[in-house]
Design a binder for this molecule. Structure first.
Ligand SMILES: Cc1ncc(COP(=O)(O)O)c(C=O)c1O
Length: 389
């Protein structure tokens, strides 16, 4: 086999295959119920598929404008106004992206410079730190603490330096299922007031919040709105993670820079899907029903594990449930997640994967993440198996 004839110097020397890929592969090999990777196992609305087919047959198959199909940007502006009471100008402040991941990458690439520092909160979603490091910047880590997994603002404040360029936040939060309160956004506003710090707010689970809570968005906050890039994902909202379509909202000055990167990374996103999503958004019930839809699954999963030896942490948003296995084993979480996949046929994600230096003791250690975006029968079968552990 021909080989590349020189050493390759990696830009990301510590990055390997993600734990999500590893666990999904292991689940497939062992025929396990896959509660590891965060995707639904039930179909999306047939009405959405019909709309995509309609636009394809109508000939909408060439490049959309770089920032996104105008009807979709307008629909996103209406949604932001209805949900958060905030006006974003579709011409200058909204861009359609190839999923939230690409929006995050474009925002970091556009706004973070070599030598900058970016504050992230651990446990942290896996795409953030590589994006920061590819810019020649440094990720500075604060810790979210159980059971609520909200920031210790005094700790975050101590990490701010003249080099701090960005704070990356995520609520509702993967993997913990925690959600921020309005006071958290006020604290962030106070911390960044009078600075050039940009907030990158990953809000892909904005519509998956439970027990009557309101999602606290940076888009809703009068001060943070003007210093934030707010990222969303149709994959999470309409059960189509494989379509990889998302968006970014940002004030005009930030969005102008964002688009400079976006246009040379993907240029633009799948046209018929954008037009279909624009029409589908016309009925807000389609996303407003998500809290009740997922709360039922959360409650079913929690009830199914209530008598087990797992201790369930609170879950106020997202479709992830954390479970402590302190009472079951003192194995490292990766070993246990692999063993449960092989031996009882239920795959999960070890929470240590979300840390640079995983906690070995205390309530942050010995946690597995289960995704409950699954059919009720799958959830019931998973609970039966987990209850025997
Ligand atoms: C917190 C968070 N951000 C971003 C993403 C990626 O979203 P997308 O599939 O739209 O790129 C995910 C997907 O799991 C996520 O959990």
């Amino acid at each position: 086999m021909p080989r590349f004839p020189a050493p390759v110097t990696s830009r990301l020397p510590t990055v390997g295959t993600t734990i999500f890929t590893v666990m999904s592969r292991l689940a497939a090999e062992h025929g396990a119920l896959n509660l590891s990777q965060g995707f639904p196992d039930f179909p999306a609305s047939p009405a959405l598929f019909d709309l995509v087919a309609k636009h394809m047959h109508a000939g909408a198959n060439q490049y959309a404008p770089m920032a996104g199909a105008p009807p979709l940007r307008e629909a996103l502006a209406r949604k932001a106004e209805a949900t958060f009471g905030t006006r974003y100008d579709p011409e200058h402040e909204i861009t359609v992206t190839a999923g939230a991941t690409q929006a995050i990458h474009a925002a970091v690439t556009a706004l973070v410079r070599p030598g900058d520092e970016v504050i992230v909160l651990e446990p942290v979603y896996d795409s953030y730190v590589p994006a920061i490091e590819l810019c020649g910047a440094t990720a500075v880590r604060a810790r979210l603490r159980p059971p609520a997994w909200r920031p210790d603002w005094a700790e975050v404040r101590r990490l701010v330096t003249p080099r701090t360029r960005m704070v990356m936040i995520n609520s509702p939060h993967n993997p913990t299922g925690g959600t921020w309160a309005a006071e958290d956004l006020d604290a962030l506003a106070e911390l960044t007031r009078g600075t050039g710090i940009v907030v990158l707010s990953d809000e892909v689970y904005e519509h998956i919040v439970f027990d009557g809570r309101r999602h606290e968005s940076c888009a809703r906050h009068p001060e943070l709105r003007d210093r934030s890039v707010v990222v969303g994902s149709f994959g999470k909202t309409f059960h189509v993670t494989g379509w990889k379509v998302g968006w970014a909202l940002a004030p005009r000055e930030l969005m102008a820079e964002f688009r400079k990167v976006h246009q040379f990374v993907v240029f633009t996103v799948n046209t018929p899907v954008q037009l279909a999503l624009a029409e589908f958004l016309a009925e807000p019930a389609r996303y407003l029903e998500l809290p009740a839809f997922y709360q039922r699954k959360r409650d079913l999963f929690r009830a199914g594990l209530a008598a087990s030896r797992f201790e369930l942490l609170p879950c106020s948003g997202t479709y992830f449930q954390l479970a402590s296995y302190q009472a079951i084993s003192d194995e490292p979480d990766t070993a246990l997640a692999e063993r449960l996949t092989r031996e009882i046929g239920v795959a999960s994600v070890p929470v240590s994967a979300f840390y640079a230096a995983p906690p070995e003791q205390g309530p942050e250690a010995r946690l597995l993440r289960f995704c409950f975006a699954k059919g009720e029968e799958t959830l019931s079968r998973a609970c039966e198996r987990l209850a025997k552990v």
